[in-house]
Design a protein around this ligand. Structure first.
Ligand SMILES: Cc1cc2nc3c(=O)[nH]c(=O)nc-3n(C[C@H](O)[C@H](O)[C@H](O)COP(=O)(O)OP(=O)(O)OC[C@H]3O[C@@H](n4cnc5c(N)ncnc54)[C@H](O)[C@@H]3O)c2cc1C
Length: 378
């Protein structure tokens, strides 16, 4: 059978774009389909823009491996292509003895994940680095930084186009059928409905990736692919406080906590933000909820004594695509060639929550290898 398209990628967030830039090449018809007006309107532009080092994730998990590799790849990409970034470093701060115990476990985990330059600091060393932070010990991660996520996505989109990929916006995938040797993809765009055939289909639909997997006939509950939305709010901090710290400052995550704990992050313009918190929700709604202001203030006041309640202004919301429901244990990224389900040439990426932005270039290389295998074998 001949196909109209060689590779179709659903979703133009940072993951779909990074993969498109990896797999596009001369003589290959590669399409990226995106339901919104342009790329990066969902999780990829509603996040902390932190280049993580990989401290938090279990050894050998995809999250740990792709984060550590992605961290190095991102700095290399940023330097080579002039993408805005700053390697400002990060501190995870313990404020009591129980947290020091947890901090030491995190430090061991970070070292076993192969993160270079991690240091455990005592109170004096912490205060020498950040005199305005209150704590009794800290982990210093020098390879953590911040990045212009739009610049990164623009780079991937440009490279994909230069290599011949087509980016189709306002084009929503509404159905997928298995056909001999490939897939029939039904879409809706401003002109109406149509369908086409593709040899390889890559699902990078972020918050909707479980539904897209369901369109091919996968029972998402049985497969463990059902996504749970977890909202993260941000508050900006008065400009006058932005110089009080010069690194990203995180608390020690509490046992069973969903996120990393409300922390200090910066954008590249030097604006300080607090967030994100983590609350499971039933629907996607980006309206900022300023009733969380007190909870934000209380959670940072113990390690950031210079912040006052009135410094905080509601800023934005991001929604995490989590595979674990509330109260459940760690789940890794799903990056799966679905041949064992009788769906060869379909690659699902599901639950690509944090550190997905950092991991994007490493995930793209990983999927690139899967695609070459698929194309060579089919
Ligand atoms: C609050 C928050 C903070 C975070 N902070 C960080 C951080 O500091 N560092 C870090 O490394 N990571 C961070 N992350 C994680 C990171 O943002 C994500 O892992 C990453 O952006 C996921 O990218 P994506 O392309 O998978 O998803 P998205 O950016 O959501 O893109 C998916 C795309 O698929 C499209 N789509 C969906 N369904 C269809 C369809 N049927 N047809 C066509 N198109 C479709 C959507 O419109 C969307 O554009 C954070 C995430 C959140 C929510």
């Amino acid at each position: 059978m001949s196909y109209q398209v060689d590779i179709t990628i659903v979703g133009a967030g940072v993951i779909g774009l990074a993969i498109a830039s990896q797999v596009a090449s001369e003589g290959r018809a590669v399409y990226v389909l995106e339901k919104n007006q342009t790329f990066g309107q969902e999780a990829s532009s509603r996040n902390s823009e932190v280049i993580h080092s990989g401290v938090y994730y279990p050894k050998d998990s995809l999250k740990a491996r792709t984060c550590v590799e992605g961290n190095a790849l991102l700095y290399e990409l940023c330097q080579r292509h002039g993408i805005g970034h700053r390697k400002i470093g990060k501190l995870i701060v313990a404020t009591d003895d129980a947290e020091v115990n947890e901090l030491e476990k995190l430090w061991e985990r970070g070292r076993s994940n192969g993160i270079k330059g991690l240091r455990l600091l005592n109170q004096q060393e912490l205060s020498d680095l950040e005199p305005n932070v209150r704590g009794i010990a800290a982990i210093f991660s020098p390879s953590t930084g911040i990045i212009d996520s739009w610049g990164l996505m623009g780079h991937f989109a440009g490279k994909a186009r230069d290599n011949g990929a087509h980016l189709a916006y306002r084009t929503e995938v509404t159905g997928i059928d298995r056909i001999p040797g490939g897939y029939k993809v039904s879409v809706r765009d401003p002109k109406g409905h149509f369908s086409f055939t593709t040899k390889v289909l890559i699902n990078c639909a972020g918050l909707h990736s479980d539904k897209v997997a369901g369109m091919v006939g996968i029972d998402i509950a049985r497969a463990g692919y059902r996504l749970h939305y977890c909202r993260g709010e941000y508050f900006s901090v008065s400009r006058g406080k932005a110089n009080m710290v010069s690194r990203l400052i995180y608390p020690v995550p509490k046992a069973g906590e969903v996120g990393l704990g409300i922390h200090v992050n910066f954008d590249l313009g030097g604006r300080m933000r607090l967030g994100p918190d983590a609350r499971y929700v039933d629907r996607i709604d980006y309206k900022v909820d300023d009733s969380q202001k007190r909870a934000f203030y209380d959670s940072v006041a113990r390690f950031l004594p210079f912040i006052e309640y009135d410094d905080l202004e509601p800023e934005m919301v991001g929604i995490r695509a989590k595979l674990q429901a509330e109260g459940e244990d760690f789940r890794d990224f799903v990056i799966s060639h679905e041949c064992d389900r009788g769906l060869p040439q379909l690659i699902n990426l599901i639950g690509i929550e944090s550190p997905g932005l950092t991991s994007a270039p490493a995930i793209a290389k990983y999927v690139g290898r899967l695609v070459e295998e698929v194309l060579n074998n089919h």
